[in-house]
Design a protein around this ligand. Structure first.
Ligand code: PEP
Ligand code: MN
Length: 457
C-alpha cells in the first residue's frame, strides 16, 4: 500500500463511528444485567487492562487472509463451540492445539499451500441462543449464554447475568493465549517433532496409518531440504497461531477496542479475528455498526436466509474500500440447502467484483436432536456439505479458501458417524459440550484428509 493510499484510508474512516456507537442501534442477544452500576464499574476496570493481542499481529493476520484470498493459502479455523471456564486447563488447551497442528500438517502436505491457523479460542465465551428462556419440568429460567455471561446450571442463581464474569473470561483468555504462545515459542509446533502432537488416549485409530504416511512424507522433505542446504531449515520450528471468537457481547468488545500509537483507527485488541454470528448480522443492527469501525480482519457468518442483495449491502458497509484481507464470508447452509442457496451468493459477489475469502462452516447448518435427547450432527452431513461447497465454488468460478469447524482434542462422542461409526447410543458415553456438538480428534482429522482428497480431484 502506498503512502497516499494509506492517507486516503485514514480520511475514509467510517463516519460518526465510535467504539460505543453500536449503543444507538438494536442489539440482539444481549443479556440484561440486573445492576447497571456494577456493570459500569466492571467495564471501566476492563478498559484499563492490557490488551490480549497487538495491532502488529492483527495486521500480519490480515496479510495472510489477503494471501488466502489470492489462492496462496488455506484457512483452518477451529475449536470449541463455547469455551468454558472449567476447560481452561493445560490438557484441554494442548490437546486442542495438537489436533489443529495435525490437521494443518495434513493440509500443508496435501494442498502444498501454507495454512492460516486460527483457533476458536482465548475468548470464545459468549453464545447466541435461539430462545431467551429455557423450560425444564415446568420451570422456566433465562437461557445459558456462555460463561462470560451466566452459568450453565439450571438454577435461578446460575442464570443471572453477572458482569464480573467478563473479568474472569478476559483472564482465562490471557492464560490460554499465554500457554499457547509459550508452547509454540518453546518448539511444540516444530515440524521436526510431530510426535509431540500425539494424543495419549488415541488407541490405534483407523486413520493412523494414513496420517503416519504424511508425517513420514513431511519428515523426508524436511531432511531432503536440510541436506541440500547443509543446515537446519528455519521457520519450521515455529508457526503462527491466531485467535478468534464471535464478538457477540458488545459491552465487552467495546471495552477492548483501542487506539494504538502510530496507527490510525481502532482495533479490537481482545482477539485477532472477531466474527459476526448469523443471528446478529442484521444490516441495521448494533453488531454490524460495531464491526464496521474496527480495523481487524473480520468474519461474517452467512446462513440460508441471506439474499444476494442483502449480502452485497452488508459487504458495502463492512468493507467499503474493498480492502484486501478485511472480510471473510463463512457460509453455513446445511447439507440439505447448500446447493440451492449458495450459488446465487457466489455469483453476486463475483459479479460485483468484491474481494472476500470464502470459508465453509459445515457444522451449524447440520445440527439436529436425537430421539434420546442429544443435540448432534451427522458426520455424513458435515462431509456432504463440505464436498458440495467445493463443487459449487468450482462451478461458480470462485475459490473455497478455508474451513471453519467445531472440534476438540478430548475423547468425546458428540457427532455421529466418522471413521469409528459412532451411533446414537455412543453419544451417552462421552457427551460433554454445553452447547453445540464437536468433532472429536478422529473426525477432525478425517475432515482434513477429505479436504485434501477433494482438492486433488
Ligand atoms: C457458532 O459459530 O457457534 C454459531 C453460533 O454459529 P452461527 O452464528 O453460524 O449459527
Ligand atoms: Mn456452535
Amino acid at each position: 500500500m502506498s503512502a497516499s493510499d494509506r492517507n486516503l484510508r485514514a480520511v475514509n474512516l467510517p463516519t460518526e463511528w465510535s467504539p460505543a456507537s453500536w449503543r444507538g442501534y438494536p442489539a440482539l442477544q444481549m443479556p440484561t444485567y440486573p445492576d447497571a452500576a456494577a456493570l459500569e464499574g466492571v467495564l471501566q476496570e476492563m478498559h484499563a487492562l492490557p490488551p490480549l493481542v497487538t495491532s502488529w499481529e492483527i495486521l500480519a493476520l490480515q496479510k495472510q487472509v489477503a494471501e488466502a484470498q489470492d489462492g496462496k493459502r488455506f484457512l483452518l479455523q477451529g475449536g470449541d463451540c463455547a469455551e468454558v471456564f472449567e476447560g481452561c486447563t493445560p490438557e484441554v488447551i494442548s490437546n486442542r492445539l495438537k489436533v489443529l497442528l495435525q490437521m494443518s500438517l495434513v493440509l500443508v502436505h496435501g494442498l502444498r499451500l501454507p495454512v492460516v491457523r486460527v483457533g476458536r479460542f482465548a475468548g470464545q465465551y459468549a453464545k447466541p441462543r435461539s430462545a431467551d428462556m429455557e423450560t425444564r419440568d415446568g420451570v422456566t429460567l433465562p437461557s445459558y449464554r456462555g460463561d462470560i455471561i451466566n452459568g450453565p446450571d439450571f438454577t435461578e442463581d446460575a442464570r443471572v447475568p453477572d458482569p464480573r464474569r467478563m473479568v474472569k473470561a478476559h483472564a482465562r483468555s490471557a492464560m490460554t493465549m499465554n500457554f499457547i504462545r509459550s508452547l509454540i515459542d518453546g518448539g511444540f509446533a516444530d515440524l521436526h517433532h510431530p510426535e509431540y502432537w500425539n494424543l495419549s488416549w488415541v488407541g490405534h485409530s483407523p486413520l493412523a496409518d494414513e496420517y503416519q504416511r504424511m508425517v513420514d512424507g513431511v519428515g523426508d522433505a524436511v531432511r531432503f531440504m536440510e541436506t541440500l542446504s547443509g543446515s537446519e531449515v528455519h521457520n519450521l520450528n515455529r508457526v503462527d497461531f491466531y485467535t478468534s471468537h464471535e464478538a457477540l457481547l458488545l459491552p465487552y468488545e467495546e471495552s477492548q477496542t483501542r487506539q494504538v500509537p502510530r496507527q490510525w483507527g481502532w482495533f479490537n485488541l481482545s482477539t485477532h479475528f472477531p466474527w459476526i454470528g448469523m443471528r446478529t448480522a442484521q444490516l441495521d443492527g448494533a453488531h454490524i455498526e460495531y464491526f464496521r469501525g474496527i480495523r481487524n480482519p473480520i468474519g461474517l457468518k452467512v446462513g440460508p436466509s441471506a439474499t444476494p442483495e442483502q449480502l452485497l449491502r452488508v459487504i458495502d458497509v463492512l468493507n467499503p474500500n474493498d480492502e484486501p484481507g478485511r472480510l471473510t464470508l463463512i457460509h453455513r447452509m446445511g447439507a440439505a440447502q447448500v446447493a440451492e442457496k449458495l450459488p446465487a451468493l457466489l455469483d453476486a459477489v463475483k459479479r460485483d467484483g468484491r474481494r472476500v475469502l470464502w470459508v465453509c462452516d459445515p457444522m451449524h447448518g447440520n445440527t439436529e436432536s436425537t430421539s434420546n435427547g442429544y443435540k448432534t450432527r451427522r458426520f455424513r452431513n458435515i462431509r456432504s456439505e463440505l464436498e458440495a461447497a467445493f463443487d459449487l465454488h468450482a462451478a461458480a468460478g470462485t475459490r473455497l479458501g478455508g474451513v471453519h469447524l467445531e472440534l476438540t482434542g478430548e475423547d468425546v462422542t458428540e457427532c455421529l458417524g466418522g471413521a469409528r461409526e459412532l451411533t446414537e447410543s455412543d453419544l451417552e458415553r462421552a457427551y460433554r459440550s454445553t452447547v453445540d456438538p464437536r468433532l472429536n480428534y478422529e473426525q477432525a482429522l478425517e475432515i482434513a484428509m477429505l479436504i485434501v482428497r477433494k482438492q486433488a480431484q
